[in-house]
Every structure is written in structure tokens, then in C-alpha cells.
Design a protein around this ligand. Structure first.
Ligand SMILES: Nc1nc2c(ncn2[C@@H]2O[C@H](COP(=O)(O)OP(=O)(O)OP(=O)(O)O)[C@@H](O)[C@H]2O)c(=O)[nH]1
Ligand SMILES: [Mg+2]
Ligand SMILES: [Zn+2]
Length: 319
């Protein structure tokens, strides 16, 4: 075989970091390549982000012998799942505004904090809808448990434990819950997602055993954090498994979900739905709605139903 033919050998790997138009790809043997796309780069995905962290890609080596070999991304495989964020909500909602922040994940780790920023059940409900629609396992990590005075947070989270979510209580400061989290993460690819300032990067640094990721104080003024992590990055944990640290988000996109399908992603509605007078019942205004009557009887949590109504309305706007 000629030398040039050896260089042309196809290499496949996974995107571990995206920095502007430059991509870091790790092949199956653990070698890293600095990569770029070309106009002929093929994609199995018909959307906005050509390359995202977690994508499986095929490479053609362009420069070897350097400290880090360089390559061209020839093709991007069709994604099994994708987590997207909206970049700018207020201005026009065109498709370019949606960015894939993690691809091909097996598990979604929703990170919330007990306090600062405050725990948002609405955001958790949105994540659960997303996880149900992508058939991903949702895990909820409640961080900053050291700031939970009266134990109110555990009471709030009972609702989610009842829905079958795995809930892991962590304090990155007191080092509690970290071992349980290690077990949950081993053997699969997980994405950490949640509001800015909840402690995603702090927890991942603890799991890594080193300060690899930058972290910073939450902004007390807004209570929303300061968006320390600005782009996704994939890390391999010494205890097994890989995690993608993603930027904190205000809202992530549910672009794949229609207003009609939303009702199927609230699993506790399902047993009541056949009893609704209309088979196409949206459970919002129709008469003889079994879901609404279950809410009135206390069989469905009113906060979950409130989230359903809000999401139902917001999906109408998105169409
Ligand atoms: N009290 C307390 N503070 C914590 C805990 N975990 C993290 N913090 C603090 O919370 C702040 C934000 O942590 P980060 O890890 O930067 O948060 P992040 O979720 O990665 O934020 P973005 O990158 O902006 O999305 C830092 O000041 C951390 O020290 C915890 O368990 N308890
Ligand atoms: Mg971060
Ligand atoms: Zn109904």
C-alpha cells in the first residue's frame, strides 16, 4: 500500500469539543484530531447545527506528524438524540436560532439547585417532556443541598420520585451524593443541563478529581448566574462514563414536539385519557375531560397540570 493511501484511510470518531468553526474529535483509540468541515461535508441530520458535541463523524486526515493531527470532517452520522437551546428568544424565532448542545446522549442529567438560583419545577417539567419524547432516562440532580434549611426541597421532589425519576441529592461543597452520582453516570454518555449557576461544572470537576472546568459565583443581583460555561465539552470520567458539560440555559427548545403530541409526554395523564369525552381532547377547555377531573380530585398534581397548560400555550406560539 502506498503512503498516500495510508493517509487517506478513513477514521471515525466522536466530537468532544466545538470552538467556533474548529472541532476536536477523538477516534476510537483515544487519539485527538483538530478538525474542520468543508462545503462538501455530508450530514445525516436535516437541521441547523452541522456538528455538535457527541456527534459521530468520519474523518479524512489532512496533516499528520504535528503535535495534534489535523483532519477534515467528511460526514456526520444521523443523531439518535439531540438537546437544543434557543439562542435568542425575543427576536425572530427562525431555525438558525436553535443550536444543538449535546448529541447522541443516553441519559439526561437535569441539574437544579436547592437555592440560588431557586428551584424551578417548570423547567424540570420541560426537561421531562423532552426526555420522554427522546426516550432518554432523566436523572434530576438537586445540588447545593447544604443551602436547604428546612428540608422543603426533598418534599418538593417527592412528586418527581413518584413519577419514576431518579433524584440524586448533592452538595458539591459538603461532598455529599457524589458517589451515588458516579454510579448513575458510569457506562453511558450523559449531558448535564440546567440554569446557569446551579453547579454543573463544579460537580463535574469533583467527578474528574481536578479543576478542569471554569466555575464562578452566581450573580446575587439577578439570581441567575453569570453563564460561566459558554460552550459544550465532553469529558471522560475516571470512574467510567462520559459527560457533556453544557452552557446554562434560560430555555431550551422543544422544537420536535407538537401541541397535539404534548399530552403523551405527561405519563401520569395516560391512564385517564381514554375516559375523556373526546378522543382528541387537549385537556384544556373541553367538557367531560377526565384529566381535568383527575386534577380536581387530587389524582394529578396541580403544578404538573399547570406546566402542561403553559407548555401547551407556548407550543402554539412556536408553530
Ligand atoms: N453552597 C453551594 N454552592 C455551590 C455548590 N456547588 C456549586 N456551588 C457554587 O455555585 C456557583 C456556580 O457554580 P458553577 O459550577 O460555575 O455553575 P454552572 O451550573 O456550571 O453555571 P454555568 O456554567 O453558568 O451554566 C459557584 O460559585 C460554586 O462554587 C454547592 O453544592 N453548594
Ligand atoms: Mg458551567
Ligand atoms: Zn381531556
Amino acid at each position: 500500500m502506498k503512503a498516500s493511501a495510508v493517509e487517506e484511510k478513513a477514521v471515525s470518531g466522536m466530537v468532544v469539543e466545538v470552538a467556533g468553526a474548529s472541532y476536536l474529535v477523538e477516534d476510537d483509540g483515544g487519539t485527538l484530531y483538530r478538525c474542520r468541515t468543508v462545503s462538501g461535508t455530508r450530514s445525516g441530520n436535516d437541521d441547523e447545527s452541522l456538528v455538535a458535541v457527541g456527534d459521530r463523524v468520519e474523518l479524512r486526515l489532512s496533516v499528520s506528524g504535528k503535535e495534534m493531527p489535523e483532519a477534515i470532517i467528511v460526514s456526520v452520522e444521523k443523531r439518535r438524540s439531540q438537546l437544543c437551546r434557543k439562542r435568542d428568544l425575543r427576536r425572530n424565532r427562525s431555525r438558525e436560532k436553535i443550536q444543538v448542545i449535546a448529541a447522541n446522549i443516553d441519559q439526561l442529567v437535569v441539574v437544579v439547585s436547592a437555592y440560588d438560583p431557586p428551584l424551578s419545577p417548570r423547567l424540570i417539567d420541560r426537561y421531562i417532556v423532552f426526555a420522554e419524547s427522546e426516550q432518554l432516562r432523566p436523572v434530576i440532580v438537586v445540588n447545593k443541598m447544604d443551602l436547604d434549611d428546612g428540608g422543603a426541597v426533598r418534599g418538593m421532589m417527592k412528586l418527581y420520585e413518584g413519577l419514576g425519576c431518579r433524584v440524586c441529592y448533592v452538595s458539591a461543597i459538603q461532598l455529599t451524593g457524589i458517589e451515588e452520582l458516579r454510579d448513575i453516570l458510569s457506562g453511558c454518555l450523559s449531558a448535564f443541563s440546567g440554569h446557569s449557576g446551579v453547579g454543573k461544572s463544579t460537580i463535574i470537576n469533583l467527578l474528574l478529581g481536578e479543576e478542569r472546568l471554569r466555575t464562578s459565583e452566581t450573580s446575587l443581583k439577578t439570581g441567575k448566574g453569570v453563564h460561566t460555561t459558554s460552550r459544550s465539552v465532553m469529558l471522560t470520567l475516571p470512574s467510567g462514563g462520559r459527560v457533556i458539560d453544557t452552557p446554562g440555559i434560560r430555555e431550551f427548545s422543544l422544537s420536535g414536539i407538537s401541541q397535539e403530541n404534548l399530552r403523551f409526554y405527561f405519563s401520569e395523564f395516560l391512564p385517564f385519557m381514554p375516559e375523556c369525552a373526546f378522543s382528541s381532547c387537549s385537556h384544556t377547555v373541553e367538557p367531560e375531560c377526565a384529566v381535568r377531573s383527575a386534577v380536581e380530585k387530587g389524582l394529578i398534581d396541580p403544578s404538573r397540570y399547570g406546566s402542561y397548560l403553559l407548555l401547551h400555550e407556548s407550543l402554539e406560539d412556536d408553530d
